[in-house]
Design a protein around this ligand. Structure first.
Ligand SMILES: [Zn+2]
Length: 166
């Protein structure tokens, strides 16, 4: 098993990827670690599979399933049956919409989904992604890396890759 280990305690990455994360190139939830519920601005701790990737930019060479972001994609964070899922509004009728992915540049230039709250139970937390850093020094619960690191992580990840967040 390949484990992609983003060590948020000492900010050093796992040697398998040979990437080095420091406080300058990794950020996480504004309120720290240990997500409890939707909107708490915390990043979940644990060992997670990377389930798929998506991006506004073209697939940089990942073997993960890669969804090219279009105008029609939304990530639902409301109390509805599509909670914690990415929905194509052209294919699925979806009243509450949610986060319009294509509006988040550079964050969703490249992003990966993890199997956090994979049963999609509201309000345990939704749409925890690994994505590209924006201007802020924190996220609403995701993990964000600089774009170059994100590309490297994508290229080195498969559906067997796990990410350990602690
Ligand atoms: Zn919804």
């Amino acid at each position: 098993m390949q484990i992609l280990d983003l060590k948020l305690v000492n900010f050093r990455n796992y040697s398998q990827l040979n990437l080095s994360f420091s406080k300058n190139n990794i950020i996480y939830g504004k309120n720290g670690m240990g997500k409890q519920k939707e909107g708490d601005l915390k990043t979940p701790k644990g060992l997670f599979y990377i389930t798929k990737a998506f991006g506004i930019k073209e697939n940089p060479g990942t073997k993960l399933k890669y969804i090219k972001v279009t105008e029609n994609l939304y990530a639902c964070d409301d109390d509805c049956k599509y909670y914690n899922q990415i929905i194509d509004s052209k294919k699925t009728k979806h009243e509450c919409k949610g986060e319009h992915l294509i509006d988040y540049v550079p964050q969703y230039n490249y992003a990966m989904c993890i199997d956090f709250n994979s049963e999609n139970i509201y309000p345990k937390g939704s749409n925890i992604f690994i994505h590209v850093m924006g201007k802020k020094k924190y996220t609403a619960g995701c993990i964000a890396l600089d774009e170059e690191s994100m590309i490297a992580v994508l290229k080195n990840s498969t559906k067997k890759t796990k990410i350990y967040i602690y």
